[in-house]
Design a binder for this molecule. Structure first.
Ligand code: URA
Length: 239
């Protein structure tokens, strides 16, 4: 593939704009040599050796990243107010293939959000067959009654307008009005609706981990690209 095409597809600009960037000598090899619009990736430079204005080129297609989503931003491409895409470099919204969220978190939910441009990977993570545990921490409007964990684990709880019962889920009491909930599927507003089904109301909801991958010390609003070890954590469930 021509370097020009790769850089344009990463959202740095139209082909015309990227051609101009080459002309201006802004695209270089890590060793300082100027690269040219006609150069082929791999022949003249490996992706990781390319610099744009001295900065490493964004990750190639196959990108998987985690974002610490703050409360108040939306998992959508177009909406009013702040979007998760606003927390990434602006060119990420222009990448081809497109970068999508792996499932969604509600506007009012914070925590670990995965994003990828790899459709196969997206489906693998989202599919209930993968049985990837998602752990949420919820603060509640009322004290827990004591029977919630049993009901959530039963595999018989049916949410309003849902044709099938929920898969068994685990709940741990953290404080009288705080619980950790582990889900193995991702239905619409699932955690909030589960607590509503047992007479409570979720006041704050935070996703702490997906499989064995947790946010670690990633601050709210920040993101990082995931490497092979992180990917393995998602699927093995091991930290
Ligand atoms: N369950 C919810 O209710 N909301 C989320 O954002 C995620 C899971």
């Amino acid at each position: 593939m021509k370097l020009l095409r790769r850089i344009a597809n990463l959202g740095y600009g139209s082909r015309k704009q990227v051609t101009e960037m080459f002309r201006e000598g802004r695209i270089t090899h890590a060793n300082g040599e100027v690269l040219y619009a006609d150069d082929m990736l791999d022949e003249h430079a490996r992706h990781e050796d390319v610099r744009v204005d001295g900065e490493p080129l964004d990750p190639p297609p196959g990108l998987l990243l985690m974002l610490h989503k703050p409360v108040g931003c939306t998992c959508s491409r177009k909406d009013q107010g702040q979007l998760v895409y606003d927390l990434l470099p602006p060119r990420f919204a222009l990448r081809d293939p497109v970068l999508s969220t792996v499932g969604r978190l509600d506007r009012e939910t914070s925590g670990l959000l995965l994003m990828t441009d790899d459709g196969v990977l997206l489906h693998r993570i989202q599919s209930p067959k993968g049985n990837i545990a998602k752990v949420y921490e919820a603060t509640l409007a009322r004290p827990l009654r004591g029977d919630e964990a049993k009901m959530f684990a039963s595999g018989k709880l049916r949410l309003e307008d849902e044709p099938t019962p929920l898969l068994p889920a685990e709940m741990e009491v953290l404080e009288p009005q705080r619980a950790r909930l582990t889900l193995h599927e991702g239905r619409y507003h699932q955690a909030r609706r589960m607590f509503a089904a047992v007479g409570n109301h979720v006041e704050t909801l935070h996703r702490a981990s997906v499989g064995g991958l947790s946010l670690g010390d990633l601050p709210a609003g920040q993101w990082r690209a995931l490497d092979e070890a992180d990917r393995a954590r998602i699927f093995t469930g091991m930290p």
